[in-house]
Design a protein around this ligand. Structure first.
Ligand SMILES: CC(C)(COP(=O)(O)OP(=O)(O)OC[C@H]1O[C@@H](n2cnc3c(N)ncnc32)[C@H](O)[C@@H]1OP(=O)(O)O)[C@@H](O)C(=O)NCCC(=O)NCCS
Length: 172
């Protein structure tokens, strides 16, 4: 039985370890630590998957802005998402995304941007961000750059450049 819940202070080391194990290096693990201490961090949007008291997965949503001709709009970035290798392909990543989407919606956010596996995120409702008029200041393949509208149609009148938290700069 997997429990999904917001991170607590005591989870920081386990979250670091989870990200370090899921990715080839510790870049994502360090990024999470930096984002936690940044202005883009949102309480309740760093979520762990726990199995019998062990953190086995983690997802983080942080604030970003969409710079449009009408001004800046706040949305969320989904990054990173990590499931410990021994626990992958059991639905835990999916569970974290669904729980995350629910929490993002209940906090009133309108859209979530992700750069990730194009075969994975569309099943949760993500679709091409460029087709919705979003751009990135760094090169990203079209198919990897996706967005989910928590409020359907939210991006119909908002187009522009996605600006991630500066903490991402050293990792892009
Ligand atoms: C991607 C990840 C979070 C998925 O978590 P998970 O718990 O294994 O995912 P789920 O069990 O919910 O879903 C499994 C499905 O995800 C897809 N999937 C998993 N890893 C994938 C990958 N690297 N590329 C594309 N699709 C992938 C597969 O379609 C798989 O379905 P299948 O088992 O029928 O083939 C996990 O594999 C992971 O931590 N990977 C390493 C870190 C990473 O790449 N993070 C995401 C960055 S965008």
């Amino acid at each position: 039985m997997i429990k999904y819940r917001p991170e607590k202070d005591m989870d920081h080391d386990a979250i670091f370890e989870t990200n370090k194990l899921a990715f080839p290096e510790d870049n994502e693990a360090r990024l999470v630590d930096m984002l936690r201490n940044s202005k883009s961090y949102v309480n309740g949007l760093s979520i762990v998957a726990e199995k019998e008291g062990e953190v086995v997965g983690h997802i983080l949503f942080t604030k970003l802005t969409i710079g449009s001709p009408k001004g800046d709009f706040v949305a969320l970035s989904l990054a990173p998402l990590a499931v410990k290798p021994n626990f992958q392909r059991k639905g835990i990543g999916s569970g974290l995304i669904k729980e995350g989407i629910k929490n993002c919606k209940s906090l009133g956010y309108k859209a979530i941007v992700v750069v990730g596996h194009p075969e994975y995120y569309p099943r949760f409702g993500f679709s091409s961000a460029r087709e919705k008029g979003l751009e990135t200041p760094f090169p990203v393949p079209d198919e990897a750059f996706m967005v989910y509208e928590l409020v359907p149609g939210y991006l119909d009148n908002i187009q522009g450049m996605v600006k991630l938290a500066p903490e991402f700069d050293e990792f892009i």
